[in-house]
Each structure stands twice: as structure tokens, then as C-alpha cells.
Design a protein around this ligand. Sequence first.
Ligand code: ACM
Ligand code: ZN
Length: 503
Amino acid sequence: MRNILFLSALLLSILLRAQIIVPTPAKLDLKNGDCLLRRNELVVSADSVALGACSLFAETLFEGDECNFTTDSLSARLLFRVDTFLPSEGYRLLVDEQCVRVYASDYPGFVYAVQSLRQLAQMRGDGSVTFPCVEVCDSPRLVWRSFMLDSGRQYQSVATIKKYIDMLSMLKMNYFHWHLTEGLGWRLQIKSYSMLTEKGAFVASGDEQQGFYTQEEVRDIVNYARRRAVTIVPEIDFPGHAEAALTAYPQFSCFGEPIGIPREGFTKNIFCAGKDSVLIFLRDVLDEVCQLFPSQYIHLGGDEAPKDNWDACPDCRRRVASLGLGDSHNLQRWLSAQMASYLASKGRKAIFWEDVIVHDGYPLPSNVIIQWWNYRTRGDAALKDARRNNYPVIANTNYYTYLNFPTSPWRGYTKERTFDVETLYNENPSYKASLHYNNIIGIGCSLWCDYGLTENMLDERLFPRIFVLAQQMWGSSLPSFPEFGENIKSIMNFFSVAGYSKK
Ligand code: ACM
Ligand code: ZN
């Protein structure tokens, strides 16, 4: 009996101590014992590439205590060392009772080790922290792991943007795809076209939040993200979803007339592709975008652009005829190619939504990546087209990576436009395709702010489904759903303490 009691107590203490890391690491070996780190005891020996990750460790776990750097590895309680044999973004973590040792070959690897340590940490009332003794070896399955937030239809505060960048880093997602322009608002300050935000950021007429991000705010956000190993990929959507911009500058539309702002969806009022002034405008905007965002990738949109106006516009028709393009769909390919080439001249890559390749035609340059999204209407047609043309693909299907689709019907979302965490776990076409096709560089997920999805509603759409997506993007395998369901409960506690909530 005493033995049983003793064994139960031991088991309970192991269970209480067993911390979960989400996404699940490739290898996690929990050992006996703990490592206790007290405040003001952060004696760190680190290679220079890891310094930002060390300060993130101190800031997030020890309320901003300073690290005390030493060159004497033997006296250090924390060791951050480069190991060039580890894969990019991967890390190895060794915790014993004396020391926390972190190895990585690059900065993101060090950051991800810190994020795993945050999830393993047990905070004590006196400000000290214990970590279980453990060995973790981990690296991502996919190089592209993104989350898109629609700040076009709804403005969100800078603090909220930072909150989600933090979340991405904690879940080891590496790209924040920032959808900054929409019919309902142009949110990015462009100094050479100041009306874009002076007028175009305030065109909504319902309960939408209005506003824009100054260039100074953007620089601050980019630095904030970089420290957390998150790259911001800005999206300037054209030629469609442009009503806010065209309200500010009607001369860039086909007919120069006042433009109506859509309450939902989009209209046929798109940028004119026949006027040279529009090409100059787009290049000027991209000049400022590239100065603000160091990302190798810039998203150029291209989705949902009805061609009614282009078919009727003398300038667009002239362009189609003079270049022998045949029709307005090919005019979109031509316009897309012009801007992708412009980005290529700056050493950047261009991402387009799949709509740009719906029809074959004018050749796109080799720096183009296609984001596959419209599964509900077109199934895997875009994936097939992209494979045929050797375009790399980001899989972001609206079955089931659109987190704005709620878990139960809501406003414009009927029953068939809902999904739950288990369906996502078992049926996500983006995940399944990513296991089979090597032109898929990664998975994206999106949170569109249609139907008045204001910033205080975002958490409940994200959690807990975002955990599944993070697992599918990063994890080398999927645990069984019941097992992962338990992990979700545990990790949600961590996120709740960090200030996130779910329904
Ligand atoms: C999209 O959902 N319009 C890309
Ligand atoms: Zn036109």
C-alpha cells in the first residue's frame, strides 16, 4: 500500500511537472529534476548571433531583468552557442539542474528555443523560474508558416498587431502576412500619395474601426517582429479591392468617377490597367513599401478583380489591343508581371493570390509565388496550374485555413461556412497537399475581417484552432487527435496567462 501511495505521488509529481510544447517538438525527452533560475542570477554566455534571443528570454521570463554576460562558460547558468550542423530555424535544448544550454545555427533557432523554454517554465511567486530537466531537438517541417491579418477592412491598434506577432513567434510561425489595403480602408501611410490614408483610411460608414499606420509605427512594428524572428510580408492588393484608394484618387480608376465603398465583399471598381499614371503610382507605392519592409517577399494581391470596367474602358482596351493580349484577364497577368518584374529589380519576390493564374497567358517572371486559397469554388485547380508552371505555392485554402469562418453560424457565415478544431485537424486540404507536393513551400492561414469582425473578436476566432495550424505547419508528425486535444488545453492555459482568450 505504501509503495502504491509512493508511486502515485511520484507519478502525480511527474504529471504536474510534464509541460507541453506546441507545436510538438520532433524530439522531447523529459528527465528527472528541475533547473531553478533566480532573479538577478542570469549569468549568460552567448555567441553574438544569439544576443537578441537572450534579451527576449530575460524580458519574457524575468520581467526585463538584465542578463549578466560572461565569457566564462563554466560559471554560466545559461549558454547560447552556435552549432552550424543544426538545420535552419532548428534548435537543441539541454536543461540540467545547473544549466540551460541552447544550440542553434541561426537567430530564429535561438528564438524558438526561448519560446519553448517559455512554455516549459514554471513561474514561482518570488520571481524565480524553474524548468524541467529536458532534452529537446526540433526543427520545422515547412519553411513558410504564415498568418494573415486583414487590417484593411478593420483597423487594429499597434498594440494588437504586436500581440499577434508575439503569438506567431510563440507558435513558431515565421511570416506575418499583413493585408493593409482593402475596399474599406487603405491603412499604410505612403508619403508620395498622402490622400491614400488622409482620405482612404476613413471611408467606412458602419461600425468599422478606421485609421492607419504611420511609417514610424510601421518601422517600430517591423523591428518588434524581427526581434521575435517574424518577417512581415505587407500586402498591397491590386487591381481589385481598391475602392478606398480610388476614393482618394479617382483618376486611377477606369472612368474617374466617385467610387462606392462596399459594405461586404468587393465591387467592379478596380485600378485601371490602361493608364500609365496607374503604373507609375503602383511603382511609387512599392518604392516606399520596400523601404519600410525588408522582407524578401512582398504580396501583390490580385484576388477578386471583376473585369467589367476594363472591358468597357477605352484605355484598357487600347492596352489589350496594342500588346496583343487578347482579353482583360490577360491584361491582369500583364499588369501583375510588370509589378513582379519591378520587385525583381529590387531583389524581391512577388506573391499573388491564385486568381492571377486562373488563365494561362502573358508570362509571369520567375520571382512569383502563388497563394492557393479558393478551394471552396475551384478545389485544387490553382495548385495544379501552379505545378504545371513550376510556381512555388503557399497553401492557404478556404477549407480550413480561413479562421474568420466561425465555429457556428454568424452574420454572413452559414452552417457550411463553419468548422471546428477536429475537422481542421483531420481534413485541412492545405496540410494534406503539403505532405505530397514539394512545390508547396508552406502553409498560410488567414483572418479576414469581413462582416464587422472587430479587434476584440479576434482571439475567439483564433483560439484554439491556430494551435492546430501551427502544428500542421511546423510539426514533423501529427499526434492522434485526442492526445493533441489534451495538449491544446494545456497550451491554452499558457496563452490565457499571456493575455489571450477563447470562447
Ligand atoms: C481571398 O480570400 N479573397 C484571397
Ligand atoms: Zn481602364
